[in-house]
Design a protein around this ligand. Structure first.
Ligand code: GRG
Length: 278
């Protein structure tokens, strides 16, 4: 997979250290690479060369990996297993895991800054990345989640959490792909597509958390242990499943409606995500 080589290279200029070891431990642990592959698929759908997206693809996967490392910490979900191996703080220690997350977040913006796309477009892409990942995006979602995890009792509030926590980092590669392709006018539409797919993806994650063992899932199923209100606990598994399917179909319909975009590959990728078992 192209992104694996890009990620292996992405920290080559960073000095050897324990924190670099921990960053690589989590980054190269073999996640599904959904977000960078969404970026590549948008570029190809607009008829562009996927190599144009390498720096941002790496940046987004680094931000995603940092969020997983921090989410697994004792102060948050306190999980032992991630991507089929020990979580970063279990393999190293808590302080090193915090620094590994900090290092990945910072290095993500170094990677984005090194992109060779024209500088006006690069600036817009970096702004999208910061907004989607930061305190108006994923970080806000996590804040709402940890503060309200025992208090949320209705589906509308939970949807808001998922919109930020999961949707924003799925919207980012779609929006950045459109910007790099010279289709900046489409970014709002891609934002909505990311939110729709993100909600479907999160509901699916809640379902898999219930039906798979931690070993099959490759990560701890901690929702129950942490008494988390989820789409499954609020809607029941059958309704959750129906809603998930409706949202994935809506996402695909929106993708097909983007003008000047060859949608087959991306729609196929969404179907593969829909069929995932981990
Ligand atoms: C700590 C700021 C901060 C944010 C954490 C990522 C996250 C936000 C929380 C993790 C828990 C969770 C259920 C998040 C929703 C998004 C999600 C399902 C992430 C897992 O993404 P995958 O399945 O993971 O793409 P891999 O390992 O395959 O990359």
């Amino acid at each position: 997979m192209r992104i694996e080589d890009v990620l292996k290279d992405s920290l080559s200029s960073v000095h050897e250290s324990r924190v670099k070891e921990a960053m690589l431990y989590s980054l190269l642990a073999g996640g599904k690479r959904i977000r960078p592959n969404l970026l590549y698929a948008v570029l190809r759908g607009y008829g562009r060369d996927e190599a144009e997206g390498d720096s941002f693809a790496a940046a987004i996967e680094m931000i995603h990996t940092y969020s997983l490392i921090h989410d697994d910490l004792p102060a948050m979900d306190n999980d032992d297993l991630r991507r089929g191996r020990k979580t970063c703080h279990k393999q190293f220690d808590e302080a090193t895991a915090i620094l590994a997350g900090d290092g990945l977040l910072t290095q993500a913006f170094a990677s984005a800054a090194a992109s060779e796309v024209p500088s006006d477009i690069k600036g817009k892409c970096i702004a999208v990345l910061a907004e989607m990942a930061g305190p108006d995006g994923m970080v806000l979602g996590q804040d709402l989640d940890i503060r309200e995890e025992t208090g949320v009792t209705d589906w509308e509030s939970l949807k808001t959490i998922h919109k930020y926590k999961t949707g924003c980092l799925l919207s980012a590669p779609l929006m950045i792909g459109a910007l790099i392709s010279g289709h900046g006018d489409d970014t709002e539409k891609w934002h909505e597509i990311g939110e729709t797919i993100g909600l479907a993806f999160q509901i699916q994650d809640d379902i898999l958390d219930v039906v798979l063992t931690a070993e099959e899932f490759g990560k701890s199923n901690s929702d129950d242990r942490n008494s988390k209100v989820t789409s499954v606990s609020l809607l029941g598994i059958e309704e959750a499943e129906k809603l998930m399917i409706r949202l994935y179909e809506r996402g695909k319909e929106l993708i097909r409606s983007v003008s000047g975009f060859q949608s087959d590959e991306l729609v196929g990728m969404i179907t593969d995500i829909q069929n995932r078992r981990k």
